[in-house]
Design a protein around this ligand. Sequence first.
Ligand code: AMP
Length: 283
Amino acid sequence: MEIIVTVEAMRAASRGARAAGRRIALVPTMGYLHEGHASLMREGRHRADLLVASIFVNPTQFGAGEDLDAYPRDLDRDMAIATAAGVDLIFAPKASDMYPAGYQTWVDVDRLTGPLCGASRPGHFRGVTTVVTKLFNIVRPDVALFGRKDYQQLAVIRRMAADLDMGIEVVGMPIVREADGLAMSSRNAYLSPDERQSALCLSRALARARELYRTGERAVPVLLDAVRATIAAERTAVIDYAEFRDGDTLDDVTSAADGTLLALAVRIGKTRLIDNCLLGEEN
Ligand code: AMP
């Protein structure tokens, strides 16, 4: 496995692969890799001849006062995980190369970025869609893989790729969880042992809603009460949002149906965690 740091070298590697008729897969990440990332990489391995993973903690998707500086980093460990998952090439650019002095161009997706994380993290998705567009332009993959853990992000990137005729297949992958249900996340590293226990309230709340839905409950206010009560049972948990929305449009819904999204963002101490499920589906 090779590490590439400069945009020019990445472009050259991609150009060479394409000239040789090789299909390219890209897995964009912010590093501090875990099994969730590895599952995307293994799928990418099956779908392409050259598997590229990017590691870039993208400053433009962090708001003021968010955890940009604290975001965990461990390139040696990331290399071991990426190698084991079959990655050929890691692209790890510097922020000053991605956003040199004078940078002023942004990609914005409209309605899908309004609710949920778009509402609670202003500017976040503009940073995401801009950096993903840049990565797509540099790596020029045939296929790119994203996790459903970041459900809204996946929906926004699918929309962007279609709307801007990017010609890249966007593949969504299932949420990978720890044995006790906690969705894997690089940010789980922030949690103290007590907080790690409290963090289980997210997956517990999803399970509670799914169970009520399975036994016939369809009224969103009733489902939401159960979700909120499950999270409130953890003293340190503070709900950022807990919402039922249409799984495709992300529009508000008052009645749940198969494919309705339940999306959660919850603060456990200083750590903001997200999780989600689609009702009536195996997740
Ligand atoms: P991140 O490094 O957090 O920006 O995530 C990089 C990619 O990995 C995104 O497409 C995420 O949705 C995906 N991802 C992160 N955690 C998980 C998980 N637990 N299961 C599946 N995909 C994940």
